[in-house]
Design a protein around this ligand. Sequence first.
Ligand code: SF4
Length: 444
Amino acid sequence: MFKPTVRVKTEGDVKVHKRGAPSSRYPYRLNFYDKPPTLDITLDEFETAALTRLRVLTYLEALQQRSLPSAQLSSTLAAYLKQHLPLSANTARTADLETERRLDAIGHWVLRLSFSRSPELRARFVRAETALFKHRFETDDAAERSVFLHALDLSWAVVSDAERTRYWPQLRDTMWWAKESALATETWFKVPWASVPDLVAQRRVFVRAGQAFVPQSMQISLVLQAFSARLEAALELTAKNLPRLDEDERLAPVIDHLAASFLSGLAGAEYTPSDSAALVTAEMVDDGIGLPLDEALIFWRRMFATTSDDKFNKEYRYNIRHSYGQEGRRANYPPRSCQQILTTHQPGTGDSHGCPFRHFSVDNLTTFLVSNYRIERSSPEMKDILDSVKGSAYHVACTRLFEATRGVKKGEGLGGGESVTHPNKFTARSIEIEAERVEGLRME
Ligand code: SF4
């Protein structure tokens, strides 16, 4: 099991690696994560690397749940990775390969600790990591990929010339679309058929005596199967050793928090109000967000219209002022993210908070969307939203509602494919879109 050595690092500890050169520790861009990092890692780096990777995995999951065309998914993910977790090829001489690959590897190994705790977490982690690996594999430099595969030594048995000749009609039938010239240079590997269930189900391989004959051009299925099988086995091994890690008081809370974030489908989002937040008044909102204190008091007084002044002042005014840092210990609490709303303080009977996608019944949610957002019951948008809710992808449902009601193309989300992770981001982007629309009308 990966046993991180976490210590405070001083400046003198930092080894300077030559920018642009692959190190012996990370010779390839692709990584099967077979060897745990034997490094000193600061607690800060431990947490940062894990959170960065967690955001990438949850982003990837959200993209998959939104059923985007594969080309759009790939380009959106590539743009996100470039910004948040770049991983350059050896040929990219200006990138700091050592730093990129170190962050990638540490993030992976820390998340292994978090996500080995239950079968559900393990399965989701393997799926998400395999999808990330697949994206990188498909976008890798062909020559580097080939060297990487060779180094893995996956021990696939190559189909001999004699077998190739004997089963030629069957092999040719499974590749009926290929040109004769491509077939002539094709190589097949023999692997247990259960290791490539996707190819067997699609009848894309010839199976004989329990062995599937997989053409090299479909190698990716074999590689992904090997990647996920190794990761699954490693996670089970890690799970057995977890109790030892729970003794570490510094790491256990971080690891628990990461697992909770992953289960909610969100990796935590912070919101820093922009200037536009100050423009919101109680008059402008019919469903309350981002108001300054005075406007919030007006808004909530209206919302509790049937409550007496005395009761409102005693039971609610103080709490509203408290949350704005005007009472008690005067902490100005940041607005809650989707993750916090989805996973903490579940609403009880008579409570008015929560997330409609998570806390309403399907019937109530449908009625709510029809009456408040004019989403037709039988529309594709309603279907997308309810499908996401059934799959517990609440923020994906919310993102689809945003797209449907803000005139945004499906898949674009808040911009560039970003999902809703914070109610205030939903609102801030809505205000921006409205301002752009008004500006457009003014210019006409
Ligand atoms: S912004 Fe959307 S997903 Fe987030 S809590 Fe609010 S309704 Fe739920």
